[in-house]
Design a protein around this ligand. Structure first.
Ligand code: ADP
Ligand code: MG
Length: 603
């Protein structure tokens, strides 16, 4: 065995294996170099999603003739001024990106330094440098990369379709652009302009909102809560979407540490933790969070692509994020995202902007509607759900509600109840429209919030049953319930074993009202079968509360009188997070009169 030093090109290709995974990672390195060079604009061009060609042009400080060849040397950097890895303020510092990319592709770098009279260009193919030559170029730098991975066929095979690669590039550029609203960005793939962002104007906050709006869309800007919090020198800012504006994947969560886009598990985990009470586990909020910490509080040198970081005090970071988000969400009160109403209206309309909308199960008519001759000429008839028109009407109007004119009427945010329909929905009139409340979803949320608050204070109030109720179960199920008796009593439910295969219930949580005890105990037994033995019920409070609320007196299908309905509305208004149920579904939909008028062609 002989030990030898590897040739430079081989070393660089090994590094390329870590740093450059696909076109998007090359773009990331090149754009970061442009940002480090104080560029004010960055223009990116791709062909085939970057597979055959990619280039990044900037108007930054440029590179001198002498330094061009040096920039292609491994571990050559202009950025690590005092050799101090503890206080890195630039994206780059390892001097690895350019030599890595150049070792696996055909690369040309052309640059004109700020004070220089001429521009120079250098070509590198598969790691072999050519001669530096004069060129034509304005101040700034352009790097062109052809045939990425031609020199490493194994890696080439892992590239996906041009479309997929383009999407990765787009995501990368978006993330970098969000952190730098002061820089204009453009991205073209072949003939197609994929992204165009002009310099955002105004101070940092305005500029950032401008940029987020351009990237994440108006829905986000309209339904996000500003975040601002600091703790022990850490500063958190940005915007958090309302829980009802959620997605099936976390791709719309943008997290930054000191202006650097990261995909850090700790940070994602903190976001998940903060939203846990408001979203089903497979739904994800939209969010853009910027964490600024002193350079020495974070190590960014733990991942080749620097997308993961290590915090000196991870607990502090997590605590800051969770508490800032929770406070912001609580302050949003009962607000539900406006997209909910848009989706509802969309379901009534035939289509919006040419795209068919089918958000709320707008089923086409599948059978003839019986009864008096109904003729629908309006486009509404094509998509609205009419399948129930021939069933008996179940709307109940409380006479005293409809006629009472002395109520403070529409001054309540959620209005005054006018009717209950299908024994499930409360229809309320507000100052400028109507609100439809899903009574069950709303009640579920109220029960949960009340239980949470009560647990923190003096415990959940119980109400004794006149006659204790016996529930028969399978023996394992009964044991599961009696095994958790202490915990259940803390949640307001007093149970005892009652011989093999039976449970006796003596007290129930007062906030549930009248309870269907048989159903509740059976469902709780099912829940417990699913829960981890080690996990205490308090940490599953949302689920327990949901189950309990299901069997309380306001479940779907229960008649409510006017007083009860209004009480529910008033309680929603003062309960934090009342805009969504425990799974992130909205508890109410608000329709503005102007929108209703549009539906009827009055506007
Ligand atoms: P690093 O960014 O870690 O320093 P790179 O290999 O990415 O390493 O770049 C090497 C050097 O080339 C940088 O330190 C910088 O001096 C110079 N350089 C690269 N890209 C640019 C650019 N777009 N504008 C000006 N200088 C650049
Ligand atoms: Mg770099």
């Amino acid at each position: 065995m002989t030990i030898r030093l590897l040739p430079t090109t081989t070393v660089n290709r090994i590094a390329a294996g870590e740093v450059v995974e696909r076109p998007a990672s090359a773009i990331k390195e090149l754009v970061e170099n442009s940002i480090d060079a104080h560029a004010r604009r960055v223009d990116i061009v791709l062909r085939d999603g970057g597979r055959s060609f990619l280039s990044v042009a900037d108007d930054g400080i440029g590179i001198t003739r002498e330094e061009l060849p040096l920039s292609m040397e491994r571990h050559a950097t202009s950025k690590l001024l005092n050799d101090n890895l503890e206080t890195i303020a630039t994206f780059g510092f390892r001097g690895e990106a350019l030599p890595s990319i150049a070792s696996v592709s055909r690369l040309t770098i052309t640059s004109r330094q700020k004070q220089a009279a001429d521009a120079w260009t250098l070509r590198v193919e598969g790691g072999t440098k050519f001669e530096t030559k004069p060129a034509a170029h304005v101040t700034g730098t352009t790097v062109e990369v052809r045939d990425l991975f031609y020199a490493t066929p194994a890696r080439l095979k892992f590239l996906k379709t041009a479309r997929t690669e383009l999407n990765h590039v787009l995501d990368t550029v978006r993330r970098l652009a969000m952190a730098h609203p002061e820089i204009a960005f453009s991205l073209r793939d072949g003939e197609r302009q994929v992204l165009k962002l002009s310099h955002a104007q105004g101070d940092m906050i305005d500029a950032r909102l401008d940029r987020l709006d351009a990237i994440m869309g108006n829905d986000f800007a309209a339904n996000a809560i500003p975040i601002e919090a600091d703790r022990d020198g850490l500063f958190l800012s940005g915007f958090a979407g309302l829980p009802t504006l959620n997605r099936g994947s976390p791709t719309h969560q943008y997290l930054f540490v000191n202006g650097r886009p990261v995909r850090d598990k700790l940070l994602y985990g903190a976001v998940r933790g903060a939203y846990r009470d408001f979203l089903a586990h497979d739904r994800h909020p939209l969010i853009a969070l910027f964490l600024d910490v002193p350079p020495e509080a974070v190590d960014i040198n733990v991942h080749p692509a620097k997308t993961e970081v290590r915090f000196r005090d991870a607990g502090l970071v997590r605590g800051l994020i969770v508490s800032a988000l929770k406070h912001a969400l609580a302050a949003a009160g009962h607000r539900a995202s406006t997209t909910v109403a848009d989706a509802a209206l969309g379901a009534f309309r035939p289509e919006i902007g040419g795209v068919p909308v089918s958000v709320h199960r707008a089923t086409p008519i599948s059978r003839n509607v019986s009864g008096p001759a109904l003729s629908f000429q309006a486009p509404v008839a094509q998509t609205a759900d009419l399948s129930r028109l021939d069933t008996a009407p179940t709307a109940r109007f409380e006479p005293e509600l409809v006629t009472a004119r002395d109520d403070p009427a529409e001054s309540f945010p959620l209005g005054v109840a006018r009717a209950q329909v299908h024994e499930t929905y409360i229809v309320a009139q507000t100052e400028d429209g109507i609100v439809i409340v899903d009574q069950h979803a709303a009640h579920e949320r109220l029960v949960y919030e009340e239980m949470k608050a009560a647990m923190e204070q003096d415990g959940i109030k119980r109400q004794g049953l006149l006659i204790p109720e016996v529930v028969e179960l399978e023996e394992v199920a009964a044991n599961r319930i009696s095994g958790r008796a202490t915990e259940l009593s803390e949640l307001g439910l007093m149970v005892e074993a009652f011989g093999p295969g039976a449970i006796v219930v003596r007290e129930t949580p007062a906030l549930l009202g009248e309870v269907d005890i048989q159903g509740l105990i059976k469902d709780l037994a099912d829940d417990l079968a699913e829960y981890d033995e080690a996990l205490d019920l308090k940490s599953r409070l949302a689920e327990v509360a949901s189950t309990m609320a299901c069997h309380g007196s306001v479940r779907a299908g229960r008649r409510l009188n006017g007083k009860e309905m209004n009480a529910l509305l008033r309680q929603m208004e003062v309960t934090p997070h009342a805009g969504q149920c425990n799974h992130g579904r909205p508890t109410y939909v608000a329709l503005k009169l102007v929108d209703i008028e549009k539906l009827f062609g009055r506007r």
